[in-house]
Design a protein around this ligand. Sequence first.
Ligand code: ACO
Length: 378
Amino acid sequence: MTTATFAKGLEGIVAAETQMSFINGQKGILEYVGIAIGDLSSHSTFEETVFLLWNLRLPTKSELEAFTKSLRANYALPKGFNDRIRTLPKDAQPMHVLRTLVSELALYDTNPNANDLEAAREKSLRVLGMAPTMVAAFDRYRRGLDAVAPDTSLTFAENFMYMLNGEKPTETMARAFDICMILHADHGLNNSTFTARVIISTLSDIYSALTGAVGSLRGPLHGGANEGVMHMLNEIPSLDAVEPYIMGKIERKEKIMGFGHRVYKAKDPRATDLQKLAKQLAEDTGNSDLYAKSNAIEKIMERELAAKGIYPNVDFYSATTYHCIGLKLDLFTPMFALSRLAGWSGHILEQLDGNRLFRPTAQYVGPHDVPYTPMGDR
Ligand code: ACO
C-alpha cells in the first residue's frame, strides 16, 4: 500500500487515465483525442464528435453514416414510456426528470446489467438517442401539449429542437445547438464523469452510472451554473447596474456563477467559442442587451479576479447562447447533460476496459478509546 495523502476535493489527484480529452488549464487548451476543440466546433458535428470520443479516431464517411443511423434508430422511446412520462408531476424540475427517466430506461431493457464492451456501447447509444426524446416529451406534457415523435431524418440537434417546438429549427439555430453539443461533450475527469466512472467501477450497470452522473451535473458548482448565470443576468436590470451588482457580490465574497474552474486558470477555450456564438445569436435574436451585460461582467471580473486565475468557464456564455436558441431556463442544464452523455459513456467504456474498483481512503479525524456510555447515563 502507498502512503496516503489527503487533498481536499481531490485537487491535483490523478484518479484515472483517459485518451478522450486533454486539458491544459494554464494555457486554456482543450483537445478531444488530440484535436483542438475550436477545430471541432468549426468543422465537426456532434455525431462525428461522439464517434471520435467512443472510438478515439475520426470516422470514415461510411462509418459516420452507419453510426448516425444507429443513433437515430434509438430516438424512439420504448413502448409505454411516453405514458409513464405523462404521469410525472408537471412542476417537476427537468434535471430530476432526466435523472429519473435515465434510471427507468433500465426497466425497459431485457438485459440491463450486461456491461461487456459491446453491450455498454449499445446501451450508451440507447440512452444518448432517447434522452432528448424524454426531455422534449416531458417539456411538452407540462405545457399541456402532446409529445412530438422523433424524426429520424434529422440530426441529434435538429431532432431535439423539432421535438421541443413542433417545428424544424432554422439552419443557424440547428448549427448553434450542434456547436453547443460539441463543446460540452467531454471534459476530463470532471465531477459527473468521475461519478460515472466510480459507479461503473463496481461493475454495476450503465444506467446506474449515467443516472449518478446526471445527479452530479445538476449541482450549481458544476453544470447547474448555467442556470445561475441566467438568474444573475435577469437580476441585473441594466448595463449601468452591472458594476455595482458584481462589485457587491465580490465584496460580500459571493461566487459569481460561470466563473472559476478547478482546472482552468486561464479563459476556458469553450467560453471563447461560446462567446462568439452568444454575440452573433444575441444580435440575430434581439438580445444584444444580454450579451452586453455578460461582456461587462467579464470585464469587471477580469479587472478584479484574473490575478486569482478566475475567468469565464463553459457555463458563462452558454447561458446567453441557450436563451437566444429559445430554451427555457430549466432546460439549460438538461441540454448540457444531453451532450455530456457522450463523454460519460466514453469514460464508462474506458473504465470497463481494464477496470479496477475505485476505493479511496478517508483520513479518520475522530476520537479513539471512547468508553461506551449506557443509555441511562447520557
Ligand atoms: N466568483 C468569485 N470567486 C471565486 C469564484 C467565482 N465564481 N470561483 C472561485 N472563487 C474564489 C473562491 O472564493 C476562493 O477564494 P479564496 O481563496 O479567497 O477563498 C478561490 O477562488 C478558490 O475557489 P474554490 O471554490 O476553492 O475553487 P475550486 O477549485 O474548489 O472551485 C468552482 C471551482 C467550484 C468551479 C468555483 O470556481 C465556483 O464555485 N465557480 C462558480 C460555479 C461555476 O461556475 N461552476 C461551473 C464550473 S464549470 C463546470 O462544472 C461545467
